[in-house]
Design a protein around this ligand. Structure first.
Ligand code: AMP
Ligand code: MG
Length: 505
């Protein structure tokens, strides 16, 4: 807490600096990180700068594109005001606890405060080895870096809380994976990189003093209102439960599969973080798994809320020494708080489903109506995104049914459902055209389809970057029809279908 308050008053950010750093985490105790410089790279080549995000962060994008800026984004130079560190954290990976993970291929350059007063981390991912690298080379291949840029920016445009991507560059070096690949570095922006695993790191060491310092820091940075609660640490836990329940509802409403929902990939700010073998569903299947490392489907689409709730239970365990002053009541209080996850999730999910279906009133049976549609979509191989998009037209005029029916292997499966939906819509007062407009604003036309991402990566690996740029630009406006780019809305042809995704780290 004190680090945040002190730093901001004592040393105001240097507004004239090309990146106006205003760091707080680097002032935490030494146990929180390793001070480490990014490793130099041979021949950095900038591929893309996110101008709109730079503007929001009060970073001069002309600087980022200059040779000096590229030197900073590649880790070859340290910008004025940057105090680079690799953060320590632990984590449960697929259910097994690893007491030390940490930034093994990432370096936090520092923090900036945006025009609205909100603080963000600026991190390089793929910037070389740190104390936390274990056996890894600290590098990132271009493919995963491009995937993270595309998907994180698409998620932001879809309105889903997420880390962002400020820039991507080629290192001019090769990295060894299953094959030799071009190296890349992503500049990632996050509300913070504090993870459930960051708390587990200190809890596992029995280091209550630093655990408390971390919790105080996180509260001051993300949830300052909880300081006035009777038990601020319990109130902190409550708000994180609520934020992550809402986040997982958003994933379920958009067809997103994170792929690796380990506690170290669960950000307490409630943002989607660490895009690895993530994917969007094409044809709807609740048990869908893409990740090559998820052999047992632990992080399958439909398991995500439960996986997040499980991670929150681990978070509660880490916070126990702080909750109820570490007394006998701590477990009881934490259990009551975890139980609230389902309520938060169900409320957010049902509200989101109502909007997707054009329902303004809250009527008993709405959830069953939505679940019935999903079951029919699953049975009939209907595309998740296109079905909801086509429903927007059908909601205004039954002539639109033809388009939805065509997405179902057996169109009459839709007809049966549509009859009940229309009956339900008849209870609504909203004019049909307004309903359609509302639905179009929550049911996107464009999502980052896996086959499009793979094509962008394939081309980028071959030195052609247009595919990547165009995809990023289309996905910046997911709710607009963009007729010129209609092909981007299409599901893969059978031969284009991506069946598996890889971490590729
Ligand atoms: P992630 O795949 O981002 O969830 O990473 C899990 C852990 O492995 C983190 O501690 C990473 O820093 C580390 N890691 C992943 N790839 C590398 C790499 N190439 N070099 C060093 N550490 C890595
Ligand atoms: Mg991770």
């Amino acid at each position: 807490m004190s680090q945040l308050a002190e730093k901001s008053c004592v040393t105001p950010a240097d507004a004239a600096a090309p990146i106006p750093f205003d760091n707080t985490y680097a002032r935490m105790p030494e146990a929180f990180f390793e001070r480490v410089k990014p490793a130099a790279v041979a021949a950095p080549k900038l591929l893309r700068v996110n101008d709109a995000l730079a503007r929001q962060l009060r970073i001069d994008s002309a600087f980022l594109k200059s040779p000096e800026g590229v030197a900073v984004l590649s880790g070859n130079e340290i910008a004025p005001g940057s105090d680079p560190i690799a953060q320590a954290y632990a984590g449960h990976q697929f259910g097994s606890f690893v007491p030390q993970l940490g930034d093994g291929r990432a370096v936090l350059l520092g923090e900036v405060v945006d025009a609205a007063g909100k603080r963000f981390d600026i991190q390089l991912k793929g910037s070389g080895q740190t104390r936390f690298s274990r056996r890894g080379d600290g590098r990132a291949a271009l493919g995963p870096v491009i995937r993270e840029y595309i998907v994180s920016e698409a998620m932001a445009a879809l309105g889903i809380p997420t880390t962002r991507s400020l820039a991507v560059l080629l290192t001019g070096e090769q990295v060894m994976r299953e094959r030799v690949l071009p190296g890349g570095i992503l500049t990632r922006v996050a509300s913070s990189h504090l993870r459930v695993g960051t708390f587990q790191y200190f809890a596992a060491r029995g280091d209550v003093e630093n655990l408390r310092a971390l919790a105080d820091y996180a509260i001051a940075r993300h949830y300052p209102d909880v300081r006035s609660a009777g038990d601020p640490y319990l109130a902190f836990f409550d708000v994180v439960v609520a934020a992550l329940a809402r986040l997982s509802a958003r994933w379920m409403l958009i067809g997103f599969i994170h792929g690796v929902l380990n506690t170290d990939n669960t950000a307490i700010a409630g943002e989607t973080i660490d895009y690895g073998p993530c994917a969007f569903i094409d044809a709807y299947r609740p048990d869908k798994v893409f990740s090559s490392i998820d052999q047992f489907g632990r992080y399958a689409f439909e398991n995500q809320p439960a996986a997040v709730a499980w991670n929150l239970a681990r978070f509660a365990e880490a916070l126990l020494p702080l909750i109820a002053d570490g007394g006998a009541k701590a477990i009881e209080c934490a259990n009551a708080s975890i139980a609230a996850f389902d309520d938060h999730f169900n409320a957010a999910y049902l509200a989101g489903m109502r909007r997707k279906l054009g329902l303004v009133r809250e009527v008993e049976g709405d959830l069953e109506l939505a679940s019935d549609l999903l079951a029919r979509m699953a049975e009939n191989g209907a595309d998740f995104t296109l079905t909801f998009r086509a429903l927007c037209g059908a909601a205004a005029d039954a002539k639109g049914d033809a388009e939805v029916r065509g997405l179902f292997a057996n169109p009459s499966a839709f007809d049966e459902w549509a009859g009940r939906w229309r009956q339900r819509l008849s209870l609504e007062e909203q004019p049909a055209e307004m309903r359609r407009t509302d639905m179009l604003s929550v049911n996107p036309m464009f999502i980052p389809r896996n086959h499009r991402i793979e094509a962008a990566i394939r081309d980028a690996e071959a030195g052609r970057f247009e595919t990547f740029h165009e995809l990023v630009e289309v996905l910046a406006h997911p709710f607009d029809d963009q007729p010129k780019f209609a092909d981007y809305a299409k599901p893969p042809r059978p031969e284009e279908e991506v069946r598996q995704t890889f971490c590729g780290t």
